[in-house]
Design a protein around this ligand. Sequence first.
Ligand code: ADP
Length: 400
Amino acid sequence: MKILVINAGSSSLKYQLYDMTDESVLALGRVERIGMDAAILTHEPTNKPEIKEVSEILDHTVAVRKVLDCLLHPESGVLSSIDEIDAVGHRIVQGGDLYSESVLVDNDVKAGIRSLYDLAPLHNPPHMMGIQAVDLNMPGVPQVVVFDTAFHQTMPAMAYMYPIPMVLYKKHKVRRYGFHGTSHYYVSRKAGELLGRPVEDLKLVSAHIGNGASITAIMEGKSYDTSMGMTPLEGLMMGTRSGDIDPAIVPFIMGKEELNTTEVNFMLNKHSGLQAISGISSDLREVEKAMNEGNENAKLAIEMYDYRIRKFIGSYVAAMDGIDALIFTAGVGENSATLRQRVCEKLSFFGIELDLEKNEIRSGEPRDISTPNSKVRVLVIPTNEELVIARDTYNLVKNK
Ligand code: ADP
């Protein structure tokens, strides 16, 4: 069975085609700048020549058509007919409290995703464009949606409720949902495999540190608490997002700087975090480089970034009354040995002891980087959200 995984953003569409007989990736790629004058399509088939094309791509429907053309291309294609694609799986950011697992798309599910537009105005509408583009280009092919929020639906109310008037929860569903759930789910299962123990017996803290970043406390295999909230803005300091700040700052700066809600949202999401404090970049590599060259703002940005990661790890150890393993994943978590070292150095109170040599090894494989004496295992686990989407899609369509 072949499954196409799609992650549709407002002006981009990423894809991976899986052969589920061995879970191999036949091709992957992305379309960027959809709707702008020169869209860029990159198609990378396994063991075949890459395609890079700049052309006008008006909308997501045209983008999906172009992707299908690439998959059928005489030299760079991997299919002889589109009918070989048995199903399509989509990443959906916000499932609210409607979805605690992946589901097959039907009219009710489409209405459900639309009903969550208010909660995720930047994400759910483009996801829906992706679903409609598949409807138009591949009529009748079953589609499955996999939600970033689903894994966190197990959080207890004391973790997901905000201490503000209850009416806001009842009327507008203001609560913590959490994100990166597919990633936290995947790495927690891999951690169980790596440690040779059932995930249900473990207390895990998983740190998904990429451009966006979140930390999750996972107990009995379930999400117990997570650092992102009603939106992906809450929690850790990120590349361009502020993470936690005093909420009273928002009305204060809106008044002082005469900002409207759109502007203040933009500032907190796109002009804050590492970028704002370092004044250099949202990319940790560049900020680290500047710090090593003596830049004081870069140093402060990194101290704040690390400090907040450590505080969340510590608070989740307290929340779970223990920790068996700490997991690092995503762009920064998987690749930055220095970040891992800086964070773990000050967690020795918990019995966390990093093996500095193992920490430096780059293998792309799940691995334990703690010393044999460390009371807590420290793991680096490359995440694979697309594979989870492909598997969920396969499981929901295989008996149809
Ligand atoms: P996204 O949230 O966009 O999915 P990723 O998980 O792909 O992000 O992470 C991308 C980020 O990873 C980049 O912004 C970059 O800062 C960071 N990154 C990648 N490699 C390294 C590295 N070796 N050291 C530090 N940061 C890195």
